[in-house]
Write a protein that binds this ligand. Structure first.
Ligand SMILES: Cc1cc2nc3c(=O)[nH]c(=O)nc-3n(C[C@H](O)[C@H](O)[C@H](O)COP(=O)(O)OP(=O)(O)OC[C@H]3O[C@@H](n4cnc5c(N)ncnc54)[C@H](O)[C@@H]3O)c2cc1C
Length: 474
């Protein structure tokens, strides 16, 4: 049966599940769904379907499982790593973005339970109206990125210094398996008797089943609901930017601030080029500023916020840094998702987001500067930003992004991009979102026993290999 013939029947069958208007195989739709925010290319999906609830997702999976049809669940398709791009033909793409209800805000257990297709920005605004904030507030692509996408892609971003990444902030999930079966994780493992809609504890009676699906890049199941921790909105806030004349000093201060768990967010700009791009006035006002550490503090009252700010200043002074204002920390925090998006004006992004111990940053930055000289990036019209976010305790999400404005320089871009990813992995880094961006680099280095176990897990949960096939090379 050709794909076109199959489409007619598929459209009819899937339309019975989700409603005719929520199924499409129009070419322009398929072309758009064959891409994400990365430069990678792949196959067109066969059809796109937009379910409204877990029951519909379950029926789609039963349908696909019986017929061995591959599927890919997608949220905002804001990945910069090619993880939503079909690698095989005939894919049913399950667009989760109609599933965007807030199911429950539970003030007793301080959680919010949502359908997984809601975006971070919508959830943040709706919680704010009720006087709450999330811990981790989403990746910088949170205007489009969904909760389900971020939990699948291990997102790191706003609020990670204090709260860790997306996956550190959940207490339970609802997941549809490849067979269509629906399971709940955390304290919701029981046959439903509890008054709580969401799970109130992630770790309880059995193994942590949520963890199996977190960071799976949608390869083990489809997340339909998630329960996340919430907190009261802060009544005390403080912002501060610190300038340093050497990266080594800045990194020591960054490490001490993180290890003492002082701030909601700490973000470092790692060289003069990055400062010129994002906070140029600092370099004309202050001499010898090589890098900036910006911190954001959120506390239950002003007094604690100010005390924490003073503690940060003390640490910064110990390492030779100084307070230079609050432009960057405020711009960064108050613009949140819009700040990063505006950087697309600098040209197409070639990023290499990954995590690493904070102490390894100077070596990485030195390595990148070596590459920048070797490929004469400035002379060839490239720009870049080196930044690093605090994550959880003492590691950082390092972020070297190269901007290519002039498309005739594509070959250089790919060479630098490749060398940079090799360098980052050699210097103790590991990617957190993987996809086409990082898989060749990660799979080259994966421990065989670890990979064998992952394969067995995939085989058990998705015996016909129909969910996001070829992800992680599986
Ligand atoms: C301007 C910009 C800034 C960004 N900044 C950051 C950042 O700071 N930090 C960061 O981590 N990322 C960042 N990203 C990347 C992206 O925003 C995040 O990875 C985001 O979490 C992806 O969410 P999404 O809904 O778009 O997922 P998608 O791109 O649609 O999907 C991502 C992966 O998750 C799977 N998936 C999606 N939904 C589900 C589901 N319900 N169940 C199972 N699997 C699913 C997909 O199959 C795919 O493998 C940025 C992107 C842009 C464009």
């Amino acid at each position: 049966m050709t794909i076109v013939e199959l489409n007619g029947k598929l459209g009819l069958e899937l339309g019975k599940i989700v409603g005719e208007k929520n199924v499409s195989s129009e070419r322009f739709v398929l072309i758009s769904y064959s891409e994400d925010a990365s430069p990678f290319e792949g196959n067109l999906p066969q059809i796109v379907v937009r379910p409204n609830n877990a029951h519909e997702v379950s029926r789609i999976m039963e349908f696909a499982y019986e017929r061995d049809i591959p599927v890919i669940p997608v949220g905002g398709r804001s990945s910069i790593n090619g993880s939503t791009i079909p690698r095989v033909s005939g894919i049913i793409m399950i667009d989760m973005t109609r599933m965007r209800d807030i199911i429950e805000i539970n003030e007793d257990i301080m959680t919010v339970t949502v359908q997984s297709g809601i975006t971070w920005s919508e959830l943040i605004h709706r919680l704010k109206e009720k006087g709450y904030k999330l811990g981790f507030r989403g990746p910088y692509g949170g205007n489009a990125g969904t909760i389900g996408g971020s939990l699948s892609a291990n997102s790191i971003g706003c609020g990670a210094s204090s709260h860790g990444g997306a996956c550190d902030n959940i207490t339970g999930l609802e997941v549809v398996l490849s067979t269509g079966e629906i399971i709940n994780t955390g304290s919701n493992w029981r046959i439903k008797t509890s008054k709580f809609e969401g799970s109130y504890a992630r770790y309880c009676t059995f193994n942590d089943m949520s963890g199996i699906f977190l960071g799976d890049h949608g390869s083990l199941g489809i997340k339909t609901k998630a329960t996340l921790k919430i907190f009261p909105l802060p009544k005390g806030e403080a912002y501060s930017d610190f300038g340093f004349s050497s990266i080594e000093q800045a990194v020591k201060a960054f490490h001490e601030i993180q290890s003492n768990h002082l701030v909601e967010e700490a973000v470092m700009l790692g060289d003069t080029n990055s400062i010129d791009l994002l906070a140029s006035s600092y370099r004309s006002t202050f001499k010898n500023i090589e890098c900036i550490l910006a911190v954001i503090i959120e506390e239950p009252n002003e007094e604690i916020a100010q005390q924490k700010k003073e503690m940060c200043e003390k640490i910064v002074r110990k390492y030779g840094g100084k307070s230079i204002g609050m432009f960057l920390s405020k711009a960064h925090w108050l613009n949140m998702f819009n700040l990063v998006q505006s950087l697309f004006e600098e040209g197409f992004w070639y990023n290499t987001c990954h995590i690493r111990p904070i102490s390894t940053l100077p070596q990485l930055i030195e390595g990148f500067h070596h590459l920048a000289n070797k490929y004469e990036l400035k002379k060839n019209g490239f720009n870049w930003i080196i930044s690093a976010l605090g994550v959880d305790h003492c590691f950082t999400s390092g972020w070297i992004t190269i901007f290519m404005k002039d498309r005739s320089n594509k070959e250089i871009t790919y060479e630098v991009w490749d060398e940079l990813r090799e360098l980052e992995m050699e210097l103790d880094g590991v990617p957190y979102w993987t996809g086409k961006l990082w898989e060749p680099y990660a799979l080259k280095r994966v421990n065989p026993s670890f990979y064998k176990t992952l394969k067995q897990l995939k085989k058990t949960l998705d015996p016909k290999n129909i969910i996001n096939p070829l992800t992680f090379g599986l």
